[in-house]
Design a protein around this ligand. Sequence first.
Ligand code: MG
Length: 254
Amino acid sequence: MIVRKSEREIELIAAAGRVAADTIAHVGRHLEPGITSGELDRVAEEYILAQGGTPTSKGYRGFPKAICISPNDMIVHGIPGEYAVAEGDLLTIDVGVTLDGYVADTAYTFGVGEISSEAERLLEVAQAALAAGIDQAQVENRIGDISAAIQRVVEEAGFAVVRALVGHGVGRAYHEDPQIPNYGSPGRGARLSPGMTLAIEPMITAGGVDIVVDDDQWSVYTADGSLSAHFEHTVAVTESGPRILTPVGAGLLR
Ligand code: MG
């Protein structure tokens, strides 16, 4: 069942979304070779708590940390810990924030220092795919319009979309209906209407679509070891078009 939110609820999700987006920018300011993902997690958690929020991931289905940090060929759900950030890394920071009972979800892949030209292009394509998906979050469109727009941008660039991981409704809970695949057919799936709040999140690879899950039961990698990128916004469907509730901090966009 898709839960549509009132205008008041959308403002509450937007407040959580500002904290989530600012957390990513805050973590980005601490990114440098040598810092560990565990230290970045602590920076994020302190920031979220200082804003009056709580990190939604912590304790979610047993996830032990505040945010997910996934380097290079790890696509999503990395558990922060000993990993030391290195020059040339792609590092995905995925943040859920709960504030006043409402949840927003956003992710951003950073390039650390000088990155390869392929990595640079992967980031550009993933962001373009997210923008194309968001553009389709219009009243009377369908979920498949979002999915197809993302898939088209990614595949035209010669990259692949991960099949096994999808976007989702968000707001009253971390994961709500509907599922939002990053591939599909226009005109298919649930019809979009005002008040829907959606986490749209292309997860793409420079190689194949297959994934493997680590022994830790969380970390998801590309099966072929190829690089991955992941960008996510929480978006409200409104009569006047899609509204991004997790606006990226100034200067963050590459
Ligand atoms: Mg998400």
